[in-house]
Design a protein around this ligand. Structure first.
Ligand code: SF4
Ligand code: SF4
Length: 369
């Protein structure tokens, strides 16, 4: 079996100092939600574990997952892309092209049998007979199944690979399906989002490298460390939701005061993602902080669960205090009724008490202005 360089050996070969290496280990531990003391464990893993070869396939997609990934600020994307991973094949990032590029797939498959991670961005049609998405002269579905066969595990990047996303939205003319419909014999880590958050993507890879195993997944195959809470749970506008203070129209007084966007269709109460904790663009902000409700981009069938600007009472979901594992166990439609009742009760309470001033926000001031 081929010996693969360790992450530390690669870094040293690139002239990275021991001091910088330890700083990187501290950042990685922090991104995984580990205590500072775990930096030593991360360092040990990096010094001893082989660098993970990664094959990154692109099916039917828009490349937004790659765009997100290379913008990771923590840990630095250049460290991840150039050192942590042996990114042997990636349509957008690799230098090779044509037959040379396609040969890399065969080489990696033979040389690192059972050792490489197959990262998949986008999805495929259900059948080899569907005339959509050809790569190197053959259906993407064939390439996907061949490369999955000898992989260690598969990462489904984004909502396309995880759920189907816009390609699979009604009427789904290209017969697009999520990859777990066509890969059945490998563990699949779903990292949904349109796109997923960069730090979530690098965090998943960091975890696999550091601990040599897959992260704990929920019933839907998502890493619990990033997908166990709803946007609503940690939303800085939550005090306004609880106080019955809602935006009723774009640019109304409530919008200018940063009130809750639930009545404007916000899907935060039924969406599991790390946006309200990790935020985007290096932790700068996230959509709700800009005054727009969550559209639930990390949830299954989110394109068909619209219209986006109608409140949740008109869409299916699950209990407001439920967990990700409850999905599918609760009666559809319960959340909408529960949320509407909560919103109505809060509004009545506000009218009865005459309390109509906003409470101080839990986090930053409202982003809508
Ligand atoms: S803006 Fe959305 S996520 Fe935030 S509190 Fe309101 S409903 Fe919940
Ligand atoms: S706030 Fe909602 S729609 Fe926006 S990126 Fe996060 S999960 Fe997707």
């Amino acid at each position: 079996m081929a010996r693969v360089e360790t992450f530390y050996e690669v870094l040293r070969r690139h002239g990275v100092s021991r001091r910088s290496f330890m700083k990187f280990c501290s950042l990685t531990a922090a991104s995984l939600g580990l205590a500072p003391a775990f930096a030593q464990n991360v360092a040990h893993a990096m010094e001893t574990r082989p660098r993970v070869p990664v094959i990154w396939l692109h099916g039917m997609e828009c490349t937004c997952c790659s765009e997100s990934f290379i913008r990771s600020a923590h840990p630095l994307a250049k460290d991840v892309v150039l050192s942590m991973l042996s990114l042997d094949y990636h349509n957008t990032l690799m230098a090779s092209a044509g037959h040379q590029a396609e040969a890399i797939l065969d080489e990696t498959r033979a040389k690192y049998k059972g050792q490489y991670i197959l990262a998949v961005e986008g999805n495929s049609s259900l059948s080899l007979d569907d005339p959509y998405c050809f790569v190197g002269g053959k259906p993407f579905l064939a390439q996907l199944q061949e490369m999955a066969q000898d992989s260690m595990a598969v990462i489904a990047w984004g909502s396309c690979a995880s759920w189907g996303c816009v390609q699979a939205a009604k009427p789904n003319p290209s017969n697009a399906v999520p990859i777990d419909r066509v890969i059945h014999n490998k563990p699949i880590i779903k990292v949904p989002g349109c796109p997923p958050i960069a730090e979530v993507m690098t965090g998943v890879v960091s975890y696999v490298l550091t601990f040599g195993k897959l992260p704990e997944l929920d019933r839907q195959g998502r890493p619990k460390m990033f997908y166990s809470q709803r946007i609503h749970d940690k939303c800085y506008r939550r005090p306004h939701f609880d106080a019955g203070q809602f935006v009723e129209a774009w640019d109304d007084a409530g919008a200018r005061q940063g009130f809750c966007l639930y009545k404007m269709g916000c899907r935060g109460p039924t969406t599991y993602n790390a946006c309200s904790t990790t935020r985007w663009n290096g932790g700068v902000s996230f959509p709700i902080e800009s005054g727009h409700g969550c559209i639930g981009c990390s949830e299954n069938d989110f394109w068909d669960n619209g219209p986006f600007y109608e409140r949740l009472v008109k869409v299916s979901g699950f209990g407001i205090e439920g967990t990700a594992d409850d999905l599918g166990l609760k009666a559809l439609g319960v959340v909408g009724v529960g949320l509407a009742a909560h919103a109505a009760a809060s509004t009545v309470k506000k009218l009865v008490t005459g309390h109509n001033k906003p409470p101080p926000p839990a986090g930053k001031a409202g982003g809508a202005s």
